[in-house]
Write a protein that binds this ligand. Sequence first.
Ligand code: UDP
Ligand code: MG
Length: 326
Amino acid sequence: MSDGVKLSIVVPCYNEEEVLHETTKELTNILSGLMNASKISKNSKIVFVDDGSKDKTWALISEFSDKYNCVSGVKLSRNFGHQGALLAGVTTASEDSDAVITIDADLQDDVNAIPKMVNEYLQGAEIVYGVRNNRDTDTAFKRGTAEMFYRFMGFLGVKLVPDSADYRLMSQRACKVLLSYKERNLFLRGIVPLVGFKSAKVFYARKERFAGVSKYPLRKMIKFAIDGITSFSIVPIKMIMGLGFFIVLISIVLLIYSLVQKINGNVVEGWSSLMISIWALGGVQLISISVIGEYVGKIFSEVKGRPRFTIERDIYTEKTQQENKR
Ligand code: UDP
Ligand code: MG
């Protein structure tokens, strides 16, 4: 039977064997604190999502699930990426939770913000964003590129909550709305603000990764940024059109100029200008085609409508069903 707000904490994990002990310890501490204060139900759960890890991650998750009442897990059939893992966790947990928090496995996000998020939820907020008040622990490169990315997204007219990542609380209702956005190319941080409802922010200091290495190498970061831009805005296509017109204009001016020179009998020494324009245009065309290709590719993958994740084992639902029977 329900005894108050049931909270689920969704934690995507990809090869996180080094941090799982500590993460489980900290999260269970926070949960039992909240339970003892009667803020949340005794059936509240941690939901680890194993995103096709190759190390002992799933073995540890099963072990902790056996040991602790409040720990459960979902195993995906392969690696679906951070956003897919988050979505799998939110889909599973929101079936039977009043509120769902998502947090990274590596303890970079301060777990002490969780009680604050719960308080905001109890006061009526349906989405509570975790916002970092420092980025000191990120490298200068990561900070710089992140800043550029947020600026560019703002320029494109996409509203993001600055310095908030995928650490947030959502009510069951907000989760259901989120899940009704069916795109395959997921960029959760862009979609969550579109959900609406009353929202709040909780500030926290972002720490170093507790152990292990980042699962977001530069390659994945670039893909993530391009996904974010192209699934929220067609401004790049419009910019290409503007660029095209601009270049055509320049070539008309050049044409008139060379005609005038010809009429005046001046020999046009055209080799270098020809070479430059051929190369410049070739470059512009290639870039343009690739931008359009990015959108066409996006349409292709949306049209196929493949599953966004596949669950192989779901200890969360197994546990919940048992508890609800009692
Ligand atoms: N992650 C995942 N699937 C992936 C890559 C990452 O589930 O394919 C998880 C990872 O285990 C972590 C979170 O996503 O819990 C964020 O990854 P990470 O901490 O490596 O990223 P960073 O903080 O360096 O941006
Ligand atoms: Mg991290």
